[in-house]
Design a protein around this ligand. Structure first.
Ligand code: PLP
Length: 426
């Protein structure tokens, strides 16, 4: 029996579904999850000692590749001085300064341990700041697993959302509206009707949780102007896009100054670290300055901060994002070309170190369009690539991630493997 299967069976006895986060169970693609033994650069090795070229990268953090020596060293050194203090450290001040310097919209920032905490706290803060309850999110955008954000669209336009998970009281989602991504008219109508009740709008400024979907320029401009006009807080959830799509993040690419920004993944360099920050007048409402409560035993953990700082330094090397973006674009374009040659319908897109490929004629612009892709074909492609030693996200609704360790030769190797995989599924 494969060691992966053996571990999966053992795990299922003591961990629900054998995994600690649902997508890891391969539920959408079927088969046995790969249990990772170790990882280095662009690769990981599974429990059967098989090597895979990894395009998941811990779902985003591994922008330098796995186990970058500088990051590992920073964590090791920090560990020698103690693991957690529950008292402030110099590193926390340093990383906050670095984040504020890199993101002009962030005047003050608070560190937390996960993206879920960052978005949950940012929403509480927006509500506390505005004194309003209603929040607006977009279908297909994922902002972590706090109750008020686990919401799917209601039955009609401009209806309130329903819980998308068991255990979430309808009361918790009564204050969440779910709109369609890229639908400027619906957004304008919503503000016209309810503008004075909306505390905030939260979005993935480049969506990566319904495959990769980009917003139109009109959409982000409408978001900025409508929230400003109506006194609502605009939250750019850059947990995934932050420092990955560009050093200046999605907000820099869009030329938009949000009121609050959430960060995670890359900012923690593979360790549990996330952050929320923005306008100083809004951040002043957070405890201990203001009455919006927020806290964390492990917030600003010194090992996480050390990994984050080392990562932020390395990604500021000249040309880092240009190189990463060019390789990712070559991969995305190469996948579409290779598919076409094999007679497979496929479109693709990329921004910085994030990419998407879609078994559909056109790049989708909304959740509804994303779900119209050929999922059966995706599953067969996923497994064909896995056999080639290429590890893609085990879900058709997730973006892919490239690291700087994925050099040109590895991208070409991926495209050669894809040509064989497309031929098999054509
Ligand atoms: N926000 C976005 C855009 C995300 O992609 C994620 C996770 O994938 C989260 C929030 C939640 O982050 P975490 O899994 O660290 O709680």
């Amino acid at each position: 029996m494969s060691r992966n299967l053996e571990l999966f069976e053992r795990g299922k006895q003591v961990i629900p579904g054998g995994v600690n986060s649902p997508v890891r169970a391969f539920g959408q693609v079927g088969g046995t999850p790969r249990f990772v033994k170790r990882a280095e650069g662009a690769f990981f090795w599974d429990a059967d000692d098989r090597q895979y070229l990894d395009y998941v990268g811990s779902w985003g953090p591994a922008i330098l590749g796995h186990a970058h020596p500088d990051v590992v060293k920073a964590v090791q050194e920090a560990a020698t001085d103690g693991l957690s203090f529950g008292a402030p450290t110099e590193g926390e001040v340093e990383i906050a300064e670095e984040i504020c310097r890199l993101l002009p919209s962030v005047e003050q920032v608070r560190l937390v341990s996960s993206g879920t905490e960052a978005t949950m706290s940012a929403i509480r803060l927006a509500r506390g700041f505005t004194g309003r309850d209603l929040i607006v999110k977009f279908e297909g955008c994922y902002h972590g697993h706090s109750d008020s954000l686990l919401v799917k669209a209601g039955s009609g336009l401009l209806t309130f959302g329903n819980p998308s998970s068991g255990g979430v009281p309808a009361d918790c989602t009564r204050h969440t509206m779910v709109l369609q991504y890229n639908d400027v008219q619906q957004l304008a109508d919503t503000f016209k009707d309810l503008g004075d009740k909306i505390a905030c709008v939260i979005l993935e400024p480049i969506a990566g949780n319904m495959n990769l979907i980009q917003p139109s320029a009109e959409f982000v401009q409408a978001l900025r102007s409508l929230t400003e006009q109506h006194g609502a807080v605009l939250i750019y959830d850059e947990v995934m896009t932050g420092f990955r799509v560009a050093l200046e993040c999605a907000q820099g690419l869009h030329g938009i100054t949000p009121d609050l920004t959430t960060l995670g993944k890359v900012v923690g360099g593979g360790m549990p670290l996330a952050a929320f920050g923005g306008r100083a007048d809004i951040m002043a409402k957070i405890a201990p300055l203001g009455n919006v409560y927020q806290a964390g035993t492990l917030s600003g953990n010194p090992l996480s901060v050390a990994a984050g700082l080392a990562t932020l330094r390395l990604i500021q090397q000249p040309g880092f994002h240009a190189t990463l973006g060019a390789r990712t674009a070559r991969l995305a374009q190469g996948l579409a070309e290779t598919a076409r040659k094999a007679g497979v319908v496929l479109s693709s897109d990329s921004v910085g170190g994030m990419f998407g490929f879609y078994f559909s004629e056109q790049v989708p612009t909304s959740y509804a369009e994303a779900t119209r892709c050929d999922i059966e074909r995706f599953k067969r492609f996923f497994h064909a690539m896995l056999e080639e030693g290429i590890y893609l996200a085990p879900s058709a609704y997730e973006a892919g991630f490239v690291s700087i360790a994925h050099d040109d030769a590895l991208i070409e190797r991926t495209l050669e493997a894809a040509a064989r995989a497309f031929a098999r599924i054509a």
